[in-house]
Each structure stands twice: as structure tokens, then as C-alpha cells.
Write a protein of this length. Structure first.
Length: 183
């Protein structure tokens, strides 16, 4: 008996397996004691007692703030009289963008600058005009109005699509983001 106790203390309880067995025995002992002293379980309590109506975390009188459920058309973009419309700005920017190959970087950027925001002009600094992946426009500009002062313009090109984001700055529509999607 002494050797068995010595083996238990020096070998088994000092191993990971022994410690895990002791912890498991303690956990099952606590759970068993809790069940023994808790008494009978009420079947109508807890998760088995379902509510009669759905649980709602939204005030049904507050209205709908979802994007998809909105049936109102997006607001029309506002243009100051005498200024370019978003379609015209997108078209002129696309034409200037496509003239990149074969011209110097400074010439190319000088054509883009009057149609771009200062943030886009800064991002295009040092861009290589030879990296323009398309050569010609293959369709009409399509607008997706988001607000009165922000629209997304999609321009189909010979081998992809140019996506422009336009914003109003001092009453003028300017391109703020250029994204190229290859087809």
C-alpha cells in the first residue's frame, strides 16, 4: 500500500494526465453535489418556456433605416447653373485619363487636374500614364446617385470598366476616386 501511495504522489499526480484527472474528478463532484441538493427541476422554467410573441429589439413605430427596404429613389445630383453635370465631368475625365499612353506624366496630369479633387491629384502624382489599361470608351456613362453631392459613375471601356466617384466641391463636380475593373 505504501508503494502504491508513493507511486501516486510522485509519478501520477506530477504528470499532466494526473492533474487533468484530479481536476475532472473535482468538476464532476461539484456538478453531482449541485444536482443532488438543488431539488426537482421545473419543466416550465428556462428555455423551454417560449414567449407567445416574437421578441423584438426594434421599436416598430420608429420607421425603417434599412438600405434595401427603402422605396424612395435616390436624390438627384445637384448641379450649379453653368457648371458641368456629373455625366459630363465623368466623360471628360475618362477622355483625359485615356490620353495617358504616349504623353508625358506632367501633360497627362495637367489634363486630369481641373476635373479632379486635390486628394486625387495628390494620389496621381508620379503615376505613369503608360499604365492606363484601356484605350477607348465602349459605351455611355452610367450614374448611380448616392446623395445630392456624391455619385458613382460607371464608364464601359474596350477591355474593362472605369468606376469614378464624383463629389461636389464649391458647386463643381470633381472626380475623387478612380477604380479600374478588368473584364
Amino acid at each position: 500500500m505504501g508503494r502504491a501511495l508513493e507511486f501516486l504522489v510522485t509519478r501520477v499526480l506530477r504528470s499532466r494526465l494526473g492533474v487533468a484527472l484530479v481536476i475532472a474528478a473535482l468538476v464532476f463532484g461539484v456538478i453531482g453535489a449541485a444536482r443532488l441538493f438543488s431539488g426537482p427541476i421545473d419543466p416550465t422554467a428556462g428555455l423551454s418556456n417560449r414567449p407567445r410573441e416574437p421578441i423584438s429589439t426594434v421599436d416598430p413605430e420608429a420607421g425603417d433605416d434599412g438600405v434595401l427596404a427603402s422605396s424612395a429613389p435616390p436624390p438627384s445630383p445637384k448641379t450649379r447653373p453653368g457648371e458641368l453635370t456629373p455625366e459630363q465631368t465623368a466623360g471628360r475625365f475618362t477622355t483625359a485619363w485615356l490620353t495617358g499612353p504616349g504623353s508625358s506624366g506632367e501633360d497627362w496630369q495637367s489634363r486630369l487636374r481641373p476635373l479632379s479633387t486635390s486628394a486625387l491629384t495628390e494620389k496621381l502624382t508620379g503615376a505613369d500614364p503608360e499604365s492606363v489599361p484601356a484605350r477607348r470608351v465602349a459605351g455611355q456613362v452610367t450614374l448611380r446617385p448616392r446623395t445630392e453631392s456624391f455619385v458613382e459613375a460607371l464608364v464601359p471601356l474596350d477591355n474593362g470598366r472605369l468606376r469614378l466617384e464624383l463629389v461636389v466641391s464649391d458647386g463643381r463636380w470633381l472626380v475623387d476616386v478612380v477604380d479600374w475593373e478588368r473584364q
